[in-house]
Design a protein around this ligand. Structure first.
Ligand SMILES: Nc1ncnc2c1ncn2[C@@H]1O[C@H](COP(=O)(O)OP(=O)(O)O)[C@@H](O)[C@H]1O
Ligand SMILES: [Mg+2]
Length: 256
């Protein structure tokens, strides 16, 4: 039974690269308007899963269903439309260094065929307001701090007014204060703009600040799913070790 407010349905998703099975049957529903945090060790398949949600990768078997349609079965034009509804802030948050902030943020608009100068100026200003960087249009990325670059990357992700934003490690390399600022923006997008957020992060403080719900991935599967409150009192040893940053076998010896 599909809940009415289910935004994305991921069903039995499997993906291999060569002989390496990376996703081993992911089942997950994303609810409209929630901030879902995905946790898991490096290499467990988080980025690969995210790329399936914007149709950048196609599953070997299983499906990603968005607004009742299987993303893998969409025609190019429909997929382009879906990509505009779901946007992604990539792991590196990469900006084009030779372009101004304005040109970087306008890039997806031009790709979408919007060439009206006034509209572009307006939309870029609006996106910069959302990320609390008004008036920074003419700066070059090299003039910005790491935190500001992330915000510009986020402005670029929201300029097309998506209904869902995916963030792949948005806190990576940020100091705690800047990470906190990013969390505020993520929460603002949820609360003020009704955006559904899906966030991959290793920053545990952020998880408790932003998550409505948490899933923990392990070796290509969803190992645990629950609320931030449940995560605070993990009943499971593997989960507990992960959130407290404990290696299960320090120096190769079994945990005492
Ligand atoms: N395009 C690709 N081709 C081959 N292997 C890939 C590709 N993308 C990811 N992988 C492999 O899939 C596994 C999961 O990667 P990834 O999803 O990036 O991990 P993480 O959970 O750290 O984001 C890794 O072993 C990675 O090397
Ligand atoms: Mg990754």
């Amino acid at each position: 039974m599909i809940k009415e407010d289910t935004f994305l349905e991921i069903r039995s998703l499997e993906k291999s690269f060569g002989s390496q099975k990376v996703l081993k049957g992911i089942d997950l529903d994303v609810q409209r308007g929630e901030t879902l945090v995905i946790l898991g060790g490096s290499g467990c398949g988080k980025s690969v899963l995210m790329k399936h949600l914007i149709g950048l990768l196609q599953p070997d078997t299983g499906s990603v269903i968005f607004q009742g349609k299987d993303l893998a079965k969409l025609k190019e034009r429909e997929l382009t439309f879906a990509r505009r509804r779901i946007s992604m802030m990539f792991q590196s948050g990469a900006l084009f260094d030779s372009m101004t902030v304005k040109e970087n943020i306008a890039f997806p608009l031009r790709e979408a065929g919007i060439h009206d100068k006034e509209e572009i100026v307006e939309r870029v200003a609006e996106a910069l307001n959302i990320v609390k960087l008004p008036g920074q249009e003419e700066k070059m990325p090299s003039e910005l701090s790491g935190g500001m670059r992330k915000r510009v990357a986020l402005a670029r992700a929201v300029v097309e007014k998506p209904c869902c934003v995916l963030y792949d490690e948005p806190h990576a390399g940020l100091d705690p204060v800047t990470a906190d600022a990013i969390d505020h923006l993520i929460k603002d997008l949820e609360q003020d703009h009704g955006i559904t957020n899906i966030v991959v992060t290793h920053e545990m403080r952020s998880v408790f600040r932003i998550a409505s719900r948490v899933v923990f991935m392990k070796e290509g599967e969803i190992y645990w799913e629950g609320t931030p409150q449940e995560l605070k009192e993990p009943k499971d040893q593997i989960l507990s070790d992960f959130i407290h940053g404990r290696s299960a076998e320090p120096w190769g010896k079994p945990r005492p």
